[in-house]
Design a protein around this ligand. Structure first.
Ligand SMILES: *[C@@H]1O[C@H](CO)[C@@H](O)[C@H](O)[C@H]1NC(C)=O
Length: 185
């Protein structure tokens, strides 16, 4: 009994110093979208959100959440898409992210690029114009990005949409393999 009381107090204390994890879904074009979240096994579900054309919607993500999201144009069926993937509070307490075309490389008009909110130029994952050499296409590509920032931006736009300010191809930040994220490498 006492043990559980102490354990829960401890957990509450730890939670209070943790940064809140956030993802801002940022529409760059004139399309209303719905974004669906898919937790990895054992992780909490997150409700889908509507992201109106040209607007940004910020979603809170639980501590140590691992999973992904994809977008569809509003009103369309929820099918597999280009993924925004994250591991928050992973290996070394850092946050890992990447854009992945592994499930559906043909979805080029929804999830586009991801980057840490407070690091304005680096590192970036994904493409303004798909395909590019800055996203996962096969499982052993080395494309995972790492940051200590707990707020990640994910753009939603049509392929090649010029309003994207990022030029991921010029980004020289390190890329990691997937295994690194959970301390397996
Ligand atoms: C993404 O955008 C296209 C529109 O070009 C749409 O047809 C597609 O269903 C969307 N979503 C997915 C998951 O492919």
């Amino acid at each position: 009994m006492q043990y559980f009381k102490i354990a829960s107090l401890l957990a509450a204390a730890i939670a209070s110093v943790q940064a809140t994890n956030q993802v801002t879904l940022k529409s760059l074009d004139d399309v209303d979208r719905t974004v669906y979240f898919t937790p990895s096994a054992g992780h909490a579900s997150i409700n889908s959100v509507d992201v109106p054309a040209g607007q940004s919607v910020t979603v809170e993500i639980p501590f140590q959440w691992v999973g992904n999201w994809h977008g569809v144009h509003k009103g369309q069926a929820n099918t597999d898409g280009m993924l925004g993937e994250v591991t928050f509070d992973g290996w070394g307490g850092k946050n890992y992210f990447d854009v992945s075309a592994i499930v559906n490389p043909n979805d080029k008009d929804n999830v586009s690029e991801m980057w840490p909110a407070d690091e304005p130029n680096t590192p970036t994952s994904g493409c303004k114009t798909f395909p590019c050499n800055n996203a996962y296409y096969v499982w052993d590509d080395v494309q995972t990005r790492v940051t200590t920032q707990s707020h990640i931006i994910c753009t939603l736009s049509k392929n090649g949409y010029s309003a994207s300010k990022r030029d991921a191809e010029e980004d020289t930040e390190e890329k990691l393999s997937r295994d690194f994220v959970l301390g397996k490498k």
